[in-house]
Design a protein around this ligand. Structure first.
Ligand SMILES: Cc1cc2nc3c(=O)[nH]c(=O)nc-3n(C[C@H](O)[C@H](O)[C@H](O)COP(=O)(O)O)c2cc1C
Length: 305
């Protein structure tokens, strides 16, 4: 998660028994990524991973150099996203790195499996960030992925608690990936206003922007987002990214660091409606596991009885 997936959160997730992720592109250069990996290793002796997002960009980031930093940092799991990681798989595989590709459709998941990814993260329509253009929510997408895939997959989008975990397992996933929920934790290195905005938000408070550009993003609604939607309505199919540049480009530091939560568009999932507090990562993960166990032992066992 851009400007969230840094060493404090990645290490806290790793220490709680999850696979924490550092967001490579938040670090402006491969050298800074190498330093962030080293910082994370000082905070945990558990494994953690790195997310490498392939964005539509005017100037492509130096991906081979980022991969070199990942390899030299001894990272063993990389989450790729945005577009097919095919071009970079040989370099990652040669270093013994497991590649989890994030996909928003069965079609892309099958492609990821075919090109040799080790696992996929299946991101349903409710997810924060980029849900793709098919609009299939996880109650359909996950069992469809289970029908088709032979590699493991985690359920992503809308995951918040033990109920999400048990449901995801029932739908065929092998685990869950949480984005928005982890932002509202004590260790997330973002301004308190961001955490509070998530606690205050309901499941009705996200909006989809950039549909017309086929680069749909689910974001938390605010005045900047209303403005984007207004411009989108006015421009119709003539919309260009330059029309909404002010509300979408370079917003993350203002929001995440300065706490200006109305500065513009920032990713947020519908799961905000299920976020009511700001626990530590350890408390959150333990609560999820305890709730999942209770659900399995009482509600599900009870059904059999
Ligand atoms: C603030 C924020 C920033 C994100 N940045 C990225 C990113 O840079 N790369 C990426 O692959 N996914 C990014 N995502 C998506 C998450 O990795 C994850 O797929 C998504 O949040 C899952 O849905 P959920 O928010 O309902 O848990 C971001 C999500 C949020 C909320």
């Amino acid at each position: 998660m851009h400007f969230v997936g840094l060493a404090p959160l990645a290490s806290a997730v790793a220490n709680a028994g999850g696979l924490g992720m550092i967001t490579a592109l938040t670090l402006k250069t491969p050298e800074l990524l190498a330093r962030e990996i080293a910082r994370c290793k000082e905070l945990t002796d558990r494994p953690f991973g790195v997310n490498l997002t392939f964005l539509p960009a005017f100037k492509e980031p130096p991906y081979p150099e980022y991969i070199a930093a990942i390899v030299e940092g001894g990272i063993k799991a990389v989450e790729t996203a945005g577009r097919s990681p095919e071009k970079y798989l040989p370099a990652l595989k040669a270093a013994g790195i497991k590649v989890i590709h994030k996909c928003t459709s069965v079609r892309h998941s099958l492609k990821a499996q075919k090109i040799g990814c080790d696992a996929v993260s299946v991101d349903g329509f409710e997810c924060g960030g980029h849900p793709g253009e098919d609009d299939v929510p996880n109650f359909i997408l996950l069992p469809r992925a289970a029908e088709e895939l032979s590699i493991p997959f985690v359920a992503s989008g809308g995951m918040a608690d033990g109920r999400s975990l048990v449901a995801a397992l029932a739908l065929g996933a092998d685990g869950i990936n949480m984005g928005t929920r982890f932002i509202a934790t004590k260790e997330a290195p973002v301004h308190d206003n961001v955490k509070q905005a998530l606690v205050n938000a309901t499941e009705l408070d996200t909006r989809l922007i950039m549909r017309g550009l086929r680069n749909t993003e689910r974001v938390l609604n605010n005045a900047g987002v209303e403005r984007v939607l207004e411009i989108e309505r006015q421009k119709g199919d003539k919309l260009a990214i330059s029309d909404i540049f002010e509300q979408v480009a370079g917003i993350y530091p203002s929001v995440m660091i300065d706490g200006r939560v109305d500065a513009g568009a920032w990713s947020c999932g519908m799961v905000a409606g299920l976020i009511h507090d700001v626990p530590s990562v350890k408390e959150l993960v333990e609560r999820i596991m305890a709730q999942a166990e209770k659900l399995i032992r009482t509600r599900l066992e009870g059904m059999l009885a």
